[in-house]
Design a protein around this ligand. Sequence first.
Ligand SMILES: Cc1ncc(COP(=O)(O)O)c(C=O)c1O
Length: 363
Amino acid sequence: MEKLTHEGIEGLVPYPPGKPIEELERELGIKGSIKLASNENPLGPSPKALEAIKAKLSTLNRYPDGSGYYLKARLSEMLNVYPAQIILGNGSNEIIELAVRTFLLPGQEAIQPFPTFLVYEKVVAAQGGRTLSVPLKGFSVDLNGILDAITEKTKLIFLANPNNPTGSAFYLEDLKPFLENIPSNTVILLDEAYIEFATDPAVASAIELANIYPNLIVLRTFSKLYGLAGLRIGYGVSSPMLVDYMNRVRQPFNANTLAQAAALAALDDHEFVSRTLKLTKEGLKYIKDELDKMAIEHHPTQTNFFLIKTPLGGGKTYERMLRKGVIIRSMESFGLPDFIRINVGLPEENQKFIQAFKEVLGL
Ligand SMILES: Cc1ncc(COP(=O)(O)O)c(C=O)c1O
């Protein structure tokens, strides 16, 4: 039979999402499981976002505001950019896809550090493009290595800062000389999904640079800090020109009504934001101290998660932890077979993880 699709899609392996708690409990007939596999916010959604959702429920017979007027106006004020520099997405993932569809033709190339967020490479492959991976250097993004890898075929460069799954981050000061050296026909997609968790003051958002470098797109999400992963809302900040191109490609109602209202309210939920940051900081410290006591290698993180080396290997550790009702992430699919990744949970969840990890390792 003739192939119905192209090689890029033939070769794709579906993105492996973190296992849902309900699925694990159904399969094993257990209760009280916890999930630390998808870098979600363990506190639940922002309460102000929940109130805003309730207030909007009765308008669901109407299509969403396709321009995202109010959310973009608020973001514009907060970030000191024009509304025309902002694009909303059904999660920041959708903007990754939009950028690839808009700026990369089949046969063209993208560059990414490796390992990094798995979605970049998949979206490029689905578009019939090719991704060149530049290995991390000492678990950090090698900006000079990426510059050296640029050719006339390079249309897109992906950078996650902080990077997933390593948790490492580069400094804003190091990004500026990098951007100076990027050809003007190459788009840089800088994914800042975890930037709000960064504790090192030199690790800062590059949104202000969108006013200087017209080919830079900075991505942010409401899925992590604001606890709205299930609602699917994120945004990109760039030049009016790039946003205009992506707006031509996007579906008119890609950011739904409830998501827009919830995101708008969450931006002003300062109490929830401080509670999340405090819980993350304390949780990271607890997990770090416990791992240090167990002499388990882990990596300094600027996020809400840890990359952890496991003597059992990622796959086996994942399977054995599942049986103890703890869903973590094996890093095999990220090309790191000796590692797992876990996000900070509630204090009792962090304790449960450490206890189960000790048992699984026989410590
Ligand atoms: C680096 C990175 N970017 C983007 C996302 C997804 O964000 P969203 O939920 O906004 O699509 C994630 C989620 O895990 C991520 O790790």
